[in-house]
Every structure is written in structure tokens, then in C-alpha cells.
Design a protein around this ligand. Sequence first.
Ligand code: UD1
Ligand code: CA
Length: 456
Amino acid sequence: MRLQTIILAAGQGTRMRSSLPKVLHKIGGKTLLAHVHDLAMQLGDNSVHVIYGHGGKQVLSTVGNLEAEWTEQKQQLGTGHAVMQVADWIATGCTVLILYGDVPLLKLATVKLLIEDAYKNGIGLLTVNLDDPTGYGRIVRNEKGNVIRIVEEKDASPLQREICEVNTGILAVNGQMLKGWLNRLTNLNAQGEYYLTDIIALAVADGVYVETTQPAEQSEVLGINNRVQLAQLERVYQLHQATALMESGITLLDPSRFDLRGEIVTHGQDVEIDVNVVLEGKIKLGNRVKIGPNVLLKDSQIDDDVEIFANSVIEKANISAGSRIGPFARIRPESNIGENAHIGNFVEIKKSNIGKSTKINHLSYIGDAIVGSEVNVGAGTITCNYDGANKHLTIIEDGAFIGSDTQLVAPVTVGKNATIGAGSTITKNAPEGELSLSRSKQATIPGWQRPIKKGD
Ligand code: UD1
Ligand code: CA
């Protein structure tokens, strides 16, 4: 049976104390709403409808590209009212899944059970037992143990408030039945809201058996109302990811100090990741890649046997097999580091190709450059790539040797096997195989004395 998913995301989220609508806060670098949307998209033959409200413009401009229909609930008059906004969209032949935009860690397997129940009986309701049920709607059962209604905290009797089985808000329901029940909802309750939860009593009155399911883990149904809960679920999420990566063969020296804000698209065997590594965007890791502590990798491909030492930052770059990067290296976007190259400490590489077995080991800036293979770039070498208006190219051909503290004023080419003397400012092309240098002559002033401080 075809599926329709409604994501409730109109609530304000006052307790976040944020100018950002709640569902745009992030877990693992991805908005809460996108997490919920992703789950919905994993269910086949599904169409998604998002009910948004607070911060509507921001919601649409940030996540409006997600494949869904979008309806604004201008006034938030309750969860039932939210679903009523799309009553005409609900198809009679469908099963409708209700998800919350601020409950990001729900699992596919759990949702599938609900859908099966709805398919069989008309309704599948997700409940959970909490030690402290305060604030939640309580699941009221009869003496046979069958669900008869949900009572909201504010409407509950003292006895009902003792019930520890609560409504998660997540449910699957037959579309045709739901349409009928929505028509019959009223706001005659303590909060003057249209409660979606009232459909349970209506269902029971119509002779529908309400099947309940509980999540495998409580974190699946936890919603986010403040930044403390946001941080807690971030850790749960990261630990799930870390566990999955370890199961797929990656060594994490401490899974509680690992953050993946994106995905490892592919990885080889025996990858080793030290503590406090942050991976963002799409990452590809080859075999035996070793990543040292405090490394940030973003949208990059790291090939076999590469070793990245502590405190390096690599963004939108390809690092070829056998290279050694860092410690304290920065590789900026559009850079390709060749096989077995060495990029050492305090070296910044920007939009450059670095050839095979080339060494740039200390304190250098290489930007807008094409560097050949087996080049040796001495400490403190700078490509002067920017004239204040335009960027210019530096070419260093295979086998060149650049003496320390050289400035290469681009556009400039250093020929194959050329040598540049230390301390040079190179403004003209340096010919292949020759030594070029620009250096003022060293002078000694005989008998010169240091000045003496006056008044002593
Ligand atoms: C609701 C349930 C309660 C359940 C609890 C679980 C109702 C009446 N009560 O409580 O039984 O225990 O969830 O967290 O359904 N929303 C809208 N529009 C609205 C109101 C809410 O889109 O007019 C969205 C919110 O953004 C949120 C979700 O619906 O994602 C739940 O709203 P919230 O106010 O947090 O829950 P309660 O109504 O208090
Ligand atoms: Ca409410």
C-alpha cells in the first residue's frame, strides 16, 4: 500500500532560545528536519508533506530543496490542527505516517513495524515507558490491556498521571480512517488545542484495535526542546556512527571523541583514527590510512597508506597514496597532493598540484601552483601569487630545488632540475638545470660597535 508521510515541524521551540527555527538546528552537521526527511525517504513508495510554521521563510530557504510538499500552519493550534492542514492531500487508499520534525534519531525498523500494524488493523502507535512521564500524553488502557485513549498531561487525572507509558506522537494510520477522525476532532480540552491524540479514542469507538510498538532504544523517540537535549542526542548519534564504522573495520582510538558530520563514502581496510578527529561532508579513505589526533577533514579523498599527523586541516583535496601530511599542515580546496609527497609542519597549500615524491616540509605557502615530482621546497618558501588584484600561477618543474626563504613572484616558472639559491626573490623564469639566485652581497663593517644606552 502506498505511503504518505506528514512531518510536523511548525512548533516554535522557545526553549532553544534561538533565532533559528528548532528544526534547523543540527545533529551530525545535518538539520533535524533533514534527519526525519531522510528516514521518510528510506521507505519506498512514499510522498512526504512537511507542515512548517515558525520561521517559515528560513525553513524554506534552508531545507526547501528537500523532496516534499510544504504547507504552512499559520497558527499552531495543536497537532490535530497541523494534520488538518493537509487533510485534502491525504489519499484514502494510503497509509499515513506521522513524524515529528524535532525527533531525529528514529529508526527505520521501528517505523516499519508501525506501518505494518496500520496496514493490518488501521493504527500503529509508538509508545514508550518512561521513569518520568511528566509532560507527555499518557496511554490509557482498559482492564484487558487494550489502548482506549490518550490523555494529555494537562487533562489527566492524578491517577492517569501515574501512568508511565507515554505517547511518542509517532504513529501510522489508515488514510481513509484518519480523514474521518480529523473531521470529528474538537478543541474542548485544557489547552484549547486540536489534539491529534484524540483520534485514538475515536478509533476505539469505531471498533478499531490500536496496536502499540515500543522503540528498540529510547533515544529513537527523544525530541529536542533545548540545547542540552541537542547535545545529548548529538553524542548518541555520534556513538551510533562510531559503532557502525568500527563494525565495518575502522579503528577508532576513542569512539567517544570522534565526530562525523557527513559520511565516509568509502573506506579501505585497517584505517586508524586517533582522538578528536572531525570528518565533515563526503570523505573517502583508502587502505591503512592513519589520521592523527585533532585533525579536521572535509570533503576529501585520502588514498592508501597516507598518514596525516596531528592538528592538520584538509578541505576539498585529494591526497594520493603514501603521502605524509602535517603535523600542523593546512591543505585548502582544489589541491592535489601526489604519491609519496611530504607536506610538513606549518605548510599551507592552496589550489595547487603537488607532484610525486615532492617535499615541502617546513613553514611554506604554496598557492596557485603546479609543482612537479621530486621537487624539494626549502623552509619558508612563499609563492607570491596575488598582486592585490589577480592571482597568478607558479610552475615548478620536476626535480627543481628551491632554497629556503625563497619568494617566487608569480607568474613565474622554475625549470626542470633548476636550483634556486636560498633567500632569493625570483621574479623571472629560472632556466632548467641552472642555479638562479637573487641575493645582495654580504658585507662586514670592520670595527663596528653596538650603540650604548644613554645615561648609563
Ligand atoms: C504531543 C502529544 C503528546 C506526546 C508528545 C510527545 C498531542 C496533543 N500531544 O505533545 O501526547 O506525548 O507530543 O512529544 O499531540 N506541532 C505542529 N503544530 C502544532 C503543534 C505541534 O506542527 O500546532 C508539532 C511540533 O513542532 C512538534 C510536534 O508537533 O514537532 C509535537 O508538538 P509538541 O508541542 O512538542 O507536543 P505536545 O503537543 O506537547
Ligand atoms: Ca503543545
